[in-house]
Every structure is written in structure tokens, then in C-alpha cells.
Ligand binder design. Structure first.
Ligand code: FES
Length: 177
């Protein structure tokens, strides 16, 4: 196609419904189309960025500080599971609090609390852990990891953004009201 012919085609009005006296050349049409595509790309980029930021961690969800509830909600000797927070909140018989990660340190399976055994159980390779998360048998290599617990104005807060590895349970790991 020669250059003049191509130029004619680009400037030729399209058969489009426009207000009286207005015409839309192919060139104008292409400009509008490219502009619309650019705007769409910007919107998509913004949406993806927003999704990324949201997936990092939202307030009160895993990866942030989770409000477990008032101290009195947790009787001494109890185990309460926070599935979304991925931890168990223990209240020891002497009243101290400990938050244990609910993932097995071997290969990351989710452990369950078995009250009749007084043990946590990993369903993948049958390792068990006592009330404080100490492991009983291989193949698991260490106790359940823990999160920091804080108590503010009588409310238990668990910081799930930092996991602590432990050699074994020690009383200093407990937090008191
Ligand atoms: S994943 Fe828990 S013992 Fe293997």
C-alpha cells in the first residue's frame, strides 16, 4: 500500500453514529483506543498492587497482632485454637499464657489438640507434643514454635508476625497478666 493511500485511509471518516457535524477519523479512533487501553493497564496495575498489599497481612489476621480476648476467657489448663491465626493459646495451670504455632516443625502439617491424650498430634507422621509443645517422638526435630504473647488492659494479644524456635519449654516463655 502506498503512503498516500494509507494516509487517506487513516483520515477517512468512519461510519459511526456521532452528533451532527462530528466525524471520527481512523486516526482519531486509534488514538482513543490506545488511550483506553493505557487507562485499562493503569487500572489493572493498581488492582494488582492493592491485592498484593492486602495479601501481606491485614490487621487482626495471621501475620499481624491478633486480639485473642480477655484474660478471663481462658481457664487455667486450657488450650484454645485460633485457626485463622494459626496458633493455639495455652493457659498453663499457674495462669501463664503461651501461643504455639499450629504447624509441625517437621514438614509443616497442621497439628491438632487431642484432649483425651493431653497431646498435640501431627497427622502426617504421628509425632506428638505435650501441653507445652515439647515433642515426644521423631521424626519431628524440635518443639512447636511459639509466638510472643502480650497482655494489655486485661486482653491477650498474640504477635503472629514473628515465630520463635525453642529448644524446649521453659517457664520464662509464659506470659502473665
Ligand atoms: S510433618 Fe509432622 S511429623 Fe512429619
Amino acid at each position: 500500500m502506498c503512503e498516500n493511500h494509507r494516509q487517506d485511509r487513516l483520515d477517512k471518516p468512519l461510519h459511526t453514529e456521532l452528533p451532527e457535524g462530528h466525524t471520527l477519523s481512523r486516526r482519531d479512533f486509534m488514538k482513543v483506543g490506545i488511550g483506553a487501553l493505557g487507562a485499562l493497564a493503569v487500572l489493572e496495575l493498581g488492582g494488582v498492587s492493592l491485592m498484593f498489599l492486602q495479601s501481606r497481612s491485614q490487621e487482626g489476621e495471621f501475620g499481624d497482632t491478633i486480639t485473642a480476648g480477655p484474660v478471663d476467657n481462658f481457664p487455667a489448663g486450657s488450650v484454645t485454637e485460633f485457626t485463622d491465626g494459626r496458633f493455639f493459646l495455652l493457659r498453663a495451670p499457674d495462669g501463664g499464657f503461651l501461643a504455639l504455632h499450629n504447624r509441625c516443625p517437621h514438614l509443616g502439617c497442621t497439628v491438632t489438640w487431642e484432649p483425651h491424650l493431653d497431646r498435640f498430634l501431627c497427622p502426617c507422621h504421628a509425632s506428638t507434643f505435650d501441653f507445652y509443645g515439647n515433642f515426644d517422638n521423631p521424626p519431628v526435630p524440635r518443639p512447636l514454635d511459639a509466638f510472643s504473647v502480650r497482655i494489655q488492659d486485661g486482653v491477650v494479644l498474640v504477635d503472629t508476625f514473628e515465630l520463635r524456635r525453642r529448644e524446649n519449654f521453659a517457664p520464662e516463655q509464659l506470659t502473665y497478666a
